[in-house]
Design a protein around this ligand. Structure first.
Ligand code: UDP
Length: 466
C-alpha cells in the first residue's frame, strides 16, 4: 500500500471510523489498529467513543473524535463489570437507535468536510457492539470487526451452543479436567468463564459476539498466522466471511504507544529497571480488571519477597477488592529494599521490552500474553476469568513459554513458581529459549513480506474497495 488511496482521483484521504469497547484491553488494540491505518496507509481516522471510560482526544491529535451516547446507567458504570456494561450499553443503544445513528452520520463526514467529501469507507467495531453494527447497517455503512482475543477464543465462542448441547457447559466441578476433543488442547476448565456474571448473561454476550462477527464485511483478529495456524485455518472454514485477517500483534504495527491508557503510567520504573542486571527482573501485573482479596495479596507480597528475585509489581488502585487501600504487609518494604518496586500502573509494553525483564507473572489477558510473546518473555500464568484460562493453556501446552500457577495463592507456592521461572534451572531456561524462538516469529510476521504486514496492506485495499 503506498500512501493515500483516493477514490476517483479525489486528493482527500479516505476516512475510516473505529469504535472500541471502552475497556483497556479492547481500547489498546483498536487504537493500535487505527494508528497503523493512519501512519502506514495514510487513512484519516475518526474514533467513536463513549462517556463511560472516555478517551482523551488531546492525546491523539492525529485523529478526530465523536462521542456516542452510551446510555449505561450510573449504577452499572460504577460496578465497572465488563459483561454488565456490554449488555447495558447494547440495550440502551437498541432502545434509542436514532442517537447512535446520529453520531455515526456525523462521524461519516467530518466537520470540516462538505457534503461532497468522500464518505467514510467503513466502520471498524469491537465485536461486542452489535447495536452499533445494526445502526451502521441502516446507514449503509459497512462494518468490519476487530476481535481483541485469540483465534482459539473465537472458535470457542462459535462452539458455545455445541458445548451446551454436549453437556460441557454449564461447568460441573467433577468435569473440570475433562478434555474437550472438539477444541484441543482445551479442557472444560479452560472454556470461557466468569465468576461474577451469571451463566445466562455470558451466553447472551457470546451469542451477540458471534452474530456481530457473522454479519460483518470482514474480520480482523489480533493474532498472527504462525502463532495460531490451525485455529485460523479452522476459523476460515467455520466462518463464511469475505475477509478474515490475522494482523497482530497490533501493538507492534503502530509506530508509537497509543496514549490510550486509562490510568497514568509510571515511567519511573524504567529508570529503576535500568539499574537491574539483564533478564533478572520478574514483572508482575494482573491487567486492568482481575482482582484478589487481601489475604491473597499478602501471600503474593511474601511470595515475591521470599523468592529473593528482583521484581516490579503493579498494584492498581482496585486490585484488592475487599479494601479501599491495599496495604503492603509490615516488614515487606525492608525485606525487598533495592530489589523490589511496587507501582500503580506501568508502561507495560516498554517494561516487557526492557532488557532487565526476564519473566512476567500475568493473568493472561490476551493483550498481556501477546505483549509478552512479542518480547520473548516467558510467563507464570495466573488466569482469573473470561478467556484467560484458555490463553494460559496455550502458553503452557502449545507454545511451552510458561506454566500455570494453580490452586490457592500461598506464599510458598508463589516463591516456588518464581524460582522455577527465574532461578536458572532447566525448565525455566527452556521456556526462555522457546519464548525467544516465538519472539523471532513475531519479528518475521512484521517484516517486509511478513504475514501481519501483508494483512494490513490487504485490509487497506479491501477497505477502500467497500
Ligand atoms: N497495562 C498497562 N499497564 C499495566 C498493566 C496493563 O498499560 O500496569 C495494559 C497492557 O499493556 C494491556 C492492557 O493493559 O495492553 C491489559 O489488557 P489485557 O488483555 O492483558 O487484560 P485485561 O485488562 O483486559 O484483563
Amino acid at each position: 500500500v503506498q500512501g493515500v488511496r483516493d477514490g476517483g482521483g479525489d486528493p482527500r484521504p479516505r476516512r475510516v471510523l473505529v469504535f472500541p469497547l471502552p475497556f483497556q484491553g479492547h481500547i489498546d488494540p483498536m487504537m493500535h489498529l487505527a494508528g497503523a491505518l493512519h501512519a502506514r496507509a495514510g487513512l484519516a481516522v475518526t474514533v467513536l467513543h463513549t462517556r463511560f471510560n472516555a478517551l482523551d482526544p488531546a492525546r491523539h491529535p492525529e485523529f478526530r473524535f465523536v462521542e456516542v451516547p452510551d446510555g449505561v446507567p450510573a449504577g452499572v458504570a460504577a460496578t465497572g463489570r465488563i459483561i454488565d456494561v456490554i449488555l447495558a450499553m447494547n440495550a440502551a443503544m437498541e432502545a434509542s437507535p436514532e442517537a447512535v445513528r446520529g453520531a455515526l452520520a456525523s462521524a461519516m463526514i467530518a466537520e470540516d468536510e462538505d457534503e461532497e467529501a468522500p464518505h467514510a469507507a467503513c466502520l471498524v467495531i469491537d465485536s461486542n457492539l452489535l447495536a452499533v453494527q445494526r445502526a451502521a447497517e441502516k446507514l449503509g455503512l459497512p462494518t468490519m470487526v476487530l476481535r481483541t482475543g485469540s483465534a482459539a477464543c473465537l472458535r470457542c465462542f462459535l462452539a458455545y451452543p455445541m458445548l451446551h448441547d454436549k453437556g460441557y457447559l454449564p461447568f460441573q466441578e467433577s468435569q473440570l479436567y475433562m478434555p474437550v476433543p472438539e477444541l484441543p488442547p482445551l479442557r472444560v476448565r479452560d472454556l470461557f468463564q466468569t465468576k461474577i456474571s451469571s451463566h445466562e448473561m455470558v451466553r447472551e454476550v457470546i451469542a451477540r459476539i458471534t452474530e456481530t462477527v457473522r454479519n460483518c464485511s470482514g474480520l480482523i483478529i489480533n493474532t498472527f498466522e504462525a502463532l495460531e495456524p490451525d485455529e485460523l485455518q479452522k476459523l476460515r472454514g467455520e466462518l463464511d466471511l469475505p475477509l478474515l485477517l490475522a494482523a497482530g500483534p497490533l501493538h507492534k504495527l503502530s509506530s508509537k504507544t497509543t496514549g490510550s491508557s486509562l490510568l497514568d503510567q509510571d515511567y519511573s520504573c524504567i529508570e529503576w529497571l535500568d539499574t537491574q542486571p539483564p533478564g533478572s527482573v520478574l514483572y508482575v501485573s494482573f491487567g486492568s480488571l482481575a482482582a484478589m482479596d487481601s489475604g491473597e495479596f499478602v501471600e503474593v507480597a511474601w511470595g515475591l519477597a521470599n523468592s529473593g528475585h528482583p521484581f516490579l509489581w503493579v498494584v492498581r488502585p482496585n486490585l484488592v477488592q475487599d479494601t479501599d487501600i491495599a496495604q503492603l504487609p509490615d516488614g515487606f518494604e525492608d525485606a525487598v529494599k533495592g530489589r523490589g518496586m511496587v507501582i500503580q500502573w506501568a508502561p507495560q509494553q516498554e517494561v516487557l521490552a526492557h532488557r532487565a525483564v526476564g519473566g512476567f507473572w500475568t493473568h493472561c489477558g490476551w493483550n498481556s500474553t501477546l505483549e509478552s510473546v512479542g518480547e520473548g518473555v516467558p510467563m507464570i500464568c495466573r488466569p482469573n476469568a473470561v478467556d484467560q484460562m484458555m490463553n494460559a493453556r496455550y502458553v503452557e501446552e502449545v507454545w511451552g513459554v510458561g506454566f500455570e500457577l494453580e490452586g490457592e495463592l500461598e506464599r510458598g507456592e508463589v516463591e516456588g513458581a518464581v524460582r522455577k521461572l527465574m532461578g536458572g534451572g532447566r525448565e525455566g531456561a527452556e521456556m526462555t529459549e522457546r519464548a525467544e524462538v516465538l519472539r523471532r516469529k513475531v519479528a518475521e510476521c512484521l517484516d517486509g513480506s511478513g504475514s501481519s504486514r501483508t494483512a494490513i496492506d490487504m485490509l487497506v485495499d479491501y477497505m477502500l474497495s467497500l
